[in-house]
Design a protein around this ligand. Sequence first.
Ligand code: ATP
Length: 544
Amino acid sequence: MRLLVPHLDSERAYDLKEVRLANAYIRAFSLTRSSPDAQRLVNWTKPKFTGRKWGSVQAVGDFASIAAEVISVRSVVTKSKGLSIDFVNENLRELSDAASFDEAVKVIKGFLNNYTAEEQKWLIKIILKDLKVGLSEDSILAVYHPDARNVFNRCNNLQKVTDELTDPHKRVTNFEITLFNPIRPMLAKRLDIGEIPKALGGKTFWMEEKLDGERIQLHKAGDKFAYYSRRAIDYTHLYGESKDEGSLTPYIYNLFNHTDSCILDGEMLAYNPIYDAFMQFGTLKTAASDMFDDPEKPRPCFVVFDVILLNNKPLNKQKYSKRREILNRMINPLRGHLQLMPYKEGKDKKDLLKALEFSIQDGQEGFIVKNPESPYQFDTRCSDWIKLKADYFDGLSDSLDLLIIGGSYGKGKRANMVGTFMCGLRVPTEDGTPKFQAFCRVGSGFTLVQQKEFHEAHNWVHYDAKNCPSWITIGKDKPDVIVQVPTTAKVVEVRASEIIQATQYPSSLTLRFPRFIKTRDDKDWTMVMTVEEMYELKKIGLQR
Ligand code: ATP
C-alpha cells in the first residue's frame, strides 16, 4: 500500500525532493557537475537543458523520466531481476532511515546495481510521493477494503488502515479515534440562503462566526499536547508540546477540568492584546514564532467549537449541542489564549438575514450555520454545517478559489515573467485525475514580489494547441504557457464584479474585473471550484 499511495504514507519521509535526488544521483554516478547529464538532472524543469540535447520536450519537468534517461545510458542492469515487493520496500525503508545525505547516496548506489532504469523511474516516483498513474487514492483504497477510505479519514494513518482492515468481507462498524493521529475534520457546505432552513429540517439552528484563522485540531494526553492542521500538518513545534514550550500550551495547559485526554476542534487565530482583537489570517505564524513572552505582542489564540474525544471516549456520535455542553464543562476559557466559540440561535430565513446584516456591518467573513442535532462527520461536507459569507450576496465581490493553469508573459517591468495568470475551474472526473477548464485571466491585485513568487512556483511549458495535455481545456483565449503539473499548481482566491457570458472560454462564462486576493496554500487542486459550482453561482446571482 505504501508503494501504491506513497503520498498517504506520513510515517515514511525520504527527505529527498528533486534537487536532492539529482545531487544524490550525480554523486552515485560520480558525475562532474558541469557534465551535460548532471546539468540535465539539476535543470530538470528547463527545456534548454533537458529538451534540446535529447530532443524530447516531453520529459521536461518530469524528474523521474529525465533521471531514467540519464540512468539508462549508464545502467549495468539492463534486464529486470524480478525483485520482490518486499525487497523494494526494504530498500526504500533503508533510504528513509538514512541518517545523512552520504548514507542516502550509498542506498542509491545500491539501486544502480539492482534495478533497471525503468524500475528506478518508479522508485523515484515513490520517493517523490507522486506516482502520476491516473489512479486516484480513492480507487486504490476502495480496492483494498470498502471501509479503507473511512478508516483513513479518521486516523490519517496508512499503517492503521492495513492493520485494522485485514478482511475485505468484514465491514467495520466502530471506527477507532486515536490520540495523536489527526482526523480529517468536518467541513461546511455552501447553500442558497433560502434553502438553509429546509436543509436543517425547519428546526432551530445555531449560527457561529466564520473566523478567518487556521483550522486546528488539538490532541492532549496528560501533559502532552499536539496541534494539527486541516491537512494533518503537525504544528506542535509552534504551539508547544508541553507546558514549558511553544506559544500556546504554556498558557492553556491548566485550563482543563477533569480532562486527562481530549481531541478538540477549532480555529487558531492571531490575537492582538493591545486592540483586544483578532488579526488578519496571514499574521498567525509570525505571532506564533515571535511572541517571546512579551504580553503586548500578538499571540496565537485557539477558539474551540467542538470536542471529538474526551478521556479516551469518542464523542463523535453525540449531538453537537451535547458536545458543546461537555466543552463548556471541560474548559475554563481565558481571553486571548483559549476561547469558546459563541453562537446565536435561529429558526428561519429572517434570522439568517439579520445575522448576515450584522456580519457585514461588523466586517466579518460570514458565519457557519450548524445543526445542533448532528453528529461529528469526518471529512464530510454535508448540510449539517452550512457556510454563509457576506460576499456571496454582494454581486461586486464574489470570491472564488481557482487554480493557476497557465499564463502570458508580461510587458515592461513585468517582462520575462508570466504577467497575467490564466485561472481554471475544476472538472471532476470519475477516476479522480485532475482536469481543468480555462475560465479567466487575472492580471491585477498582486504585487511584483507576489508575481515573481507565482512565476517561480510553477514549471511553465510552452502552450501548443496541437499537443495540448488531456488535463486542460483551453477556449479561444490562448495562453503563452501552461503549468506542467496541475496537482502542484497554486490555488488562488479571486474576486470579481460579476460572472458574465463569454464565448472565449469553454464554460461560456468568465469574470468581469477579476483581481487576485490571496494565495490559498491551505488548499490544493482538489478543492478548486468546479464548473458546475460556477453555473450554480451564476444562477444564484441572476435570481437576486
Ligand atoms: P472558505 O474557502 O469559504 O474560507 P474553506 O474551504 O476553507 O472555506 P469550509 O469547510 O468550506 O472551508 O469552511 C469551514 C472552515 O471555516 C473550517 O475549515 C474552519 O477553518 C473555518 N471556520 C471558521 N469559523 C468556524 C466555525 N465557527 N465553525 C467551523 N469552521 C469554522
